[in-house]
Design a protein around this ligand. Structure first.
Ligand code: ZN
Length: 191
């Protein structure tokens, strides 16, 4: 049952996507259902995709056109009120199955909230509308979903860590997240 429980005190965030039905492709505190789990910072990370009106994440099987993925270009909203620690906006959106392993997060926004830092990654090139040092409010639009970095298809990666616990954006000590009180797992749906 490890995948369905968490030991640290979770932090409540606003769900960062609001325009449809979203699906947790990877998530939950077990490496069996969440491949991020072997990484200490990302043990509670979520990969979010969107389901279209046919209940699938894309039109066609692994299409190469990014716009065929339901989530591509969806607005990403700040999951908390806080301050932007860093925002990277210049990596290209890649055509599947091309990936960028040198820059795993691709374009990202890292926000310092109340004693935690939260990362949203694989954002669309040029879509980020907040800058380093800027204060953001919860639910404020900050970017659009893209396909930059080490990603096999357009999706939103999100994880939280303890403040100042990592040298790089992908290090640190992961913190469990809840959204409207829910701890999301692989296959969870969010409307
Ligand atoms: Zn991920």
């Amino acid at each position: 049952m490890q995948g369905f429980s968490f030991h640290d005190k979770p932090v409540e965030f606003a769900f960062p996507l609001k325009d449809g039905t979203y699906y947790v492709a990877h998530g939950g505190n077990s490496s069996i259902i969440n491949y991020h789990n072997t990484n200490r910072a990302q043990q509670y990370a979520l990969d979010l995709v969107k389901l279209n009106s046919f209940g699938t994440r894309a039109n066609g099987l692994y299409p190469t056109e990014l716009t065929k993925y339901a989530i591509f270009q969806d607005t990403v909203y700040s999951p908390c009120t806080g301050k932007v620690i860093n925002a990277i906006n210049s990596f290209p959106d890649l055509i599947p199955p091309e990936t960028d392993r040198q820059h795993p997060a691709g374009n990202y926004v890292l926000i310092a909230c109340d004693r935690v830092e939260i990362l949203v990654a694989h954002l669309m090139s040029g879509s980020i509308v907040v800058n380093q040092g800027e204060f953001v409010s919860v639910n404020q639009p900050i970017a659009q979903v893209g396909n930059s970095g080490n990603t096999t298809e357009p999706h939103l990666h999100i994880h939280a860590r303890q403040e100042n616990s990592g040298e790089t954006i992908l290090d640190g000590t992961g913190v469990p997240m809840t959204f409207s009180g829910r701890f999301l797992l692989r296959n969870s749906l969010v409307y």
